[in-house]
Design a protein around this ligand. Sequence first.
Ligand code: 0A1
Ligand code: ZN
Length: 879
Amino acid sequence: MKEGSARKVIYRKDYKAYPWEVNQLDLYFEIGSETTIVRAEMEFLLKEVDSAPQDIVLNGSNLELVSMTLNDRALSAADYVIEDETLTIPDVSQNCVLKTEVRIHPGSNSALEGLYLSGEFLLTQCEAQGFRKITWFPDRPDVMTTYRVTLEADQSAFPVLLSNGNQVGSGESADGRHWVCWEDPFPKPSYLFALVAGQLALVEDHFITRSGRDVALRIYVEAENIDRCEHAMESLINSMRWDENRFDLEYDLDIYHIVATNDFNMGAMENKSLNIFNSIYVLARPDTATDADYQGIEGVIGHEYFHNWTGNRVTCQDWFQLTLKEGLTVFRDEEFSADMQSRAVKRIRVVRGLRSRQFPEDDGPMAHPIRPDHYAEINNFYTATVYQKGATIIRMYHTLLGETGFQKGMKLYFERHDGQAVTCDDFLAAMADANNINLDRFGRWYSQSGTPQVHVSDHYDAGAQKYRLTLRQHTPATHDQKDKQPLVLPFALGLLTASGDEMPLQLEGEAEAVTGTRLLVMQEEQEEFIFVGVSEDPVPSLFRDYSAPVKILFDYSPEQLATLIAYDSDAYVRWDAAQRMAVNAILEQCTRHAQGTEMRLDASLLKAFRGILSDHQADPALLAEAMTLPDEAYLADQMDVVDVDGIHTAREFIKKALARELEVFFAERYTGLNDGQSYQKTAEAMARRSLKNICMSYLLETDAGESLAVAQLESSDNMTDTLAALQGLILTGSPRAEKALSEFEGKWQSDALVMDKWFVMQAVKPGKDTVNTVRKLMDHPAFSIQNPNKVRALIGVFAMLNPTGFHAADGSGYAFHADRVIELDGLNPQIAARMASAFNRWKRYDEGRKELMKTELQRIASVPDLSGDVSEIVNNALR
Ligand code: 0A1
Ligand code: ZN
C-alpha cells in the first residue's frame, strides 16, 4: 500500500478496548541510515483471566518483516492475516511472548514520520501513528507499557544515542560500534516513543525540583547552533518552576532532553523526557530571531514541558480525544506566557489567532467539533479547532469555576487518572465532581462544531433608570452538522458612561450594586438581563477578556466605539473596539471602491488613532496591537462574496490616509522609541520595539518612511528591527529593497532559519507577479521542497498570507499551488494536505475564481494514488 494512501473512515462510537495488556516492550535497534534493523520483544497478557481466545492485532506500515515468533514458535504467513496496516494473529488463548525483527530505511523516508534522517542524524516522530513505521505493535494510545530500548550504532557516525527515560547501560561492541540502553519507568503509549542517533552538540544546565530532585537539562543541536540555545534553556527552567507554582506539578525523572531538528512536520513533540523540536522553536540569538520568535520559543518549550502531565502521565484513550491533551496544554501554555509576559497582550494575540485561523476552519469544509466524531486521516485533525478552540473551552471552565475551582478539578483529574488513557468526558467529570456542579450542558462544546453568533440588543429606559440587554445565541449550520443547540456562554460584562466611567451593576431583584466586571452565564437560546439604577444610556463592554469564543454582533455607534477604545478597563475590549472601527472603515471603502466612488478616511477612526498615539500611559505593545489593521483574510471573512482586490485597495487606502493625516504623531512616537539603546530581551523592550515598528510601517506610507527604514536597517542590532525595516521597504516597493534583500541573503545564505524569513518577505509581497518570484525562488540553493520549513516559508506563505497573489484573477496562483500540492504529495503527505487546505474556502469567491479553484481541486483529486491525507482534504472541499 502506498504511503498514507486512502484509509477508511473511523468512527468514535466504534471504540473497543484492547483485550491485551502489553507487559514491557524491549526494543533493540541496529542503527544505520540506509537500513536499520529493529528487534522487538513484548509480552501479551489477557486483561480478563478466563476470557475466550482473543485476536492479537498489531499495526505496521512499510516494514520488511525478517522474522516473527510467538512463544518462540516461528510464525509463517499462514498464521496471521495482514490487511491495510494491521496484522492479526487470530484466537490466541493464553499469555504469550511475541518477538519480531524488521528492516526499515530511514534515509529514504521523506514523510518525516517514523524513523528518518535530518542532516547527519536520525530521529523519530511517532505521534499520531508513526510507531507502526518502526515496528509491529498495537499502535494506539490506550496501550501503555514500559519500554527498554537498546541502540547500537557506529560510534563515529552516531556518537550520541538517546531514547526515553534513564540511561541504564552502555558499552563498546565490535568493529567501532557502541551501544546505549535506556529505560523509561513510566508506562507510555507508543506515540511518545523517541530515539535520536547522531553527531550533536549539547548545552547543559539543571533544575532542582521543589522536592529536591536534581534534573539534568540537556539541549542537543547541530554544532554550529550551540550559541543559540540560551533562551530555550531559560524558557525550560521557567516552565518547570511555573508548573510547580501554578499547577502544583513537578517533573518526575532525572533527565529532560530537547533535540532540535531542521526537518520537522510540526512545531515540536512531547516524547517522554526526549522532546523533539522544530529548530524554529529552539534556536535564537538577537541577530537571528525576532521578538515573536523568542515568544514562540517560550510558548512551545512550555507547551511540550506541560504535556508531561497533561498528555503523558494522563493520555488519550483514542485519537478522537486529542483535545483532551492539546486544548488543555495550549491553555496551560497561554497562561504561562501570560504570567511571564503581558497578560493583556497575550490575550489579544490569542484572540487574533483564533479569529484568523479557527473561525475560517469552523466555517469551511473541514468543520469539526473539538472532539471529532470521525476521521479518515488523523493527521488532518491537528487543527486550530482541536488546539486553539479546545483551549478556549478549557478557559471557559476556568472562567466559570475560578482559579481555585479549576485547580480543584485538575487535582481530582490527576488523582483519578494518573497513568491512564482517558476521555474528554473524564476531564469534564473531574471538573464537575470537584466543584460539585453539573456541567452536562457545558459538555455540548465537545460535540458541536461552528462558531456561535451572539446577537446583542439593548434598550435604555431613562424614566425607570433601567437598562435591558437581550442576548440571542445562534450557531449557523456547518458542513458537518446541521442542527445546533444552545451552549453555555460565560458572559463577562461592564457598562460605561459616555465619558468612560465604569457604572455600578445591579440586576433587577438584587440587593445592591457591584462595580467592575460582572460575570453572567448564558445558557438558553435567548436571555435578558435587566439592570436597575442606571443613570444614563450606557456603553456596553461585552464579553470582556473574550469570555466565550463567539462572534459578538452588536450595532455599536462610532461614538460608543470611541468610548471603549479610549476608556475601557479591559484590554481585549479596547482592542476589539479599535478593530471593529477599522473593519467598518475598510469595508465601507471597499464598497465605495466597487461602486467607483472616491474612498475617504472616516473621521472617527482618525480621532481614535490620534488618541492611541497620544496615550503615553498604556503598554506600548497594546497600542501596537490596536493600530494593527485587521488582515485581509479577516476582512474577507466579513464579506458574503470576497472582493480580493477591493479589500486590498481599501485597506491600503486607509493605512496611507491614516499615515498622512497623523504623520507628525507617528514620527514623534517613532523618534521617542528609537532611542539608540542596545538590544534587550525584556518584555518592556519588546513592547517598545513593537510600537516603534508599527509606527514605522505607517511612516513608510509617507515620504519620510524610506530614509527612516534604511537608517534603521543600517543601525539595527537585532532581527526584529532589521526585519521590520526590510519588510517595510519591500512592501512599499522602495528601490532600496532589492539591494537590501541581496545583502541580507549574502549575510545569511547558509543559515536555514534566517533564510526562511528571506523567503517569507518575498512571498508575501502583494500582487499577481509574486507567483513568478516564488517559482524562481524554488530554484534557490537554500530552498528544498523536501523541507517543511522551506515549504511553509515560501509556498505556504504565498498561498495563505498573500491574497492578491494567490487569488490572482487569471488563476496563475491556483495552478502553481496545485502543482506544488501534487509534487509534495509524493514526498510528504502531511505537508501536502496542509498546503491543499489553502483551497478550502473556494466557495466564498466570485464565479470566475470559484471555477478556477474547483478545477484545480478536481485536478488534485484525480491524481492516481493520491495520499489519504490530501484526498480527505480535497474531497471534503469538493463535496
Ligand atoms: N503533540 C505535538 C504535536 C505534533 C503532532 C504530530 C506530529 O507529527 C505528525 C508532531 C507534533 C504538540 O502538540 O506539540
Ligand atoms: Zn501539544
